[in-house]
Design a protein around this ligand. Structure first.
Ligand code: ADP
Length: 272
C-alpha cells in the first residue's frame, strides 16, 4: 500500500490555528470507493497485528495513543475497530472519567502516570490528562494561569515518557457540530444506544465554540516533536479508522523493531 502522508494534519507547536479551517470530512488522498477502503483497512490491520506482536515480544519500546474529542466523536469506535485484529496480549485501553475524590487530592497527572504503557505495551487512552486543560478550563474549574502551567507540566511529563522509550501519539477526533447532532439524534432514537447518553453531552454541545477554542490552545501548546497532535478528520468513521491505523503502522515501522533472539542456544535442543 502506498504511503499516506499524514503530516498536513499534524499540529505545529505553539502556532495558532483554527479548527474551523480544518475539514472534518475525509481528506481527498484517502479512497472513497467502499471496496478499496475496506481493502486498505484490512491490509493495515494485518500490518498492525504483526508490528504489535513484535513490540510485545521485543519489550524494548512502548506506545501510548491518546484519543480526545467531543462526545460522539468516535473514541470508543476507534478503539473497537482499529484494534479488532490485534492480540489483546500487550494492548490495553484506559478510559478517564471525572476524577474521584481520592484522585482530586493529588496532582492531575497522578492517576495518569499509573496507567502509561510498560515496555512492550500499546496503551490507548480514551480521554486523558488533556481533560484537565479542556473541560476544566471551559467549565471555569481552573484559571488561565493554572491552565498554562499545566501545559508545561504535560510537556515535561510526555518528554519523561519519551525519554523512557514510549512513543506518544495524540489524536483529536475532529467532527463537525452538524455531525454530532446526527450522532446524538441516533443515540436518542436507538434504545440500544441510549445508555451512552449523559447530561453533559448536551451541556457541552452548547459550549461548542468554547471547547473548540480550548482544544486549539491545548493542541498548539503541547504538540511537540516527541508527542505530536494530529487533527483527524472524523466525520466518516471508516476514514477515521484508516487514518489512525496508518498513523500507528507508520510509527511502529519507524521504530524498526526486531523479534528478539532466543535466550539460549536452539542447537542444543533435542525433541523426543
Ligand atoms: P465518554 O463521554 O468518554 O464516553 P463518560 O460518559 O464516562 O465517557 O464521560 C466522561 C466524562 O468525564 C466527560 O464528560 C469528561 O469531560 C469528564 N472528565 C474526564 N476527565 C475529567 C477531568 N480530569 N476533570 C473533569 N471532568 C473530566
Amino acid at each position: 500500500m502506498e504511503h499516506i502522508d499524514l503530516s498536513p494534519w499534524r499540529v505545529a507547536h505553539n502556532t495558532r490555528f483554527s479548527l474551523g479551517d480544518i475539514d472534518s470530512h475525509p481528506p481527498k488522498l484517502l479512497p472513497t470507493d467502499e471496496d478499496a477502503l475496506a481493502h486498505q483497512i484490512k491490509k493495515l490491520s494485518d500490518k498492525l497485528n504483526k508490528l504489535q506482536a513484535t513490540l510485545h515480544a521485543s519489550r524494548s519500546r512502548s506506545v501510548l495513543l491518546i484519543l480526545q474529542g467531543m462526545d460522539t466523536s468516535g473514541k470508543d469506535g476507534t478503539i473497537r475497530h482499529v484494534f479488532s485484529h490485534v492480540s489483546p496480549l500487550g494492548v490495553r485501553a484506559v478510559a478517564f472519567g471525572a476524577p474521584t475524590d481520592k484522585e482530586l487530592v493529588h496532582d492531575f497527572l497522578w492517576r495518569v502516570h499509573d496507567k502509561v504503557p510498560a515496555r512492550g505495551e500499546l496503551v490507548i487512552f480514551n480521554r486523558s490528562h488533556y481533560e484537565d486543560v479542556l473541560v476544566t478550563r471551559v467549565r471555569g474549574l481552573i484559571d488561565k494561569e493554572t491552565c498554562t502551567q499545566r501545559y508545561r507540566h504535560i510537556e515535561h511529563f510526555e518528554s519523561l515518557l519519551h525519554d523512557g522509550g514510549t512513543v506518544v501519539l495524540k489524536c483529536f477526533l475532529h467532527i463537525s457540530k452538524h455531525e454530532q447532532k446526527k450522532r446524538l439524534q441516533a443515540r436518542l432514537d436507538d434504545p440500544h444506544k441510549q445508555w451512552k447518553l449523559q447530561p453533559s453531552d448536551f451541556t457541552d454541545r452548547k459550549l461548542w465554540p468554547q471547547f473548540m477554542e480550548a482544544y486549539e490552545q491545548a493542541l498548539a501548546a503541547t504538540s511537540t516533536a516527541h508527542a505530536p497532535w494530529y487533527v483527524v478528520p472524523a466525520d466518516s468513521k471508516p476514514h477515521r479508522d484508516l487514518f489512525i491505523a496508518a498513523l500507528l503502522v507508520q510509527t511502529l515501522e519507524n521504530l524498526d523493531l526486531k523479534m528478539p533472539k532466543p535466550s539460549f542456544s536452539l542447537s542444543d535442543v533435542r525433541l523426543d
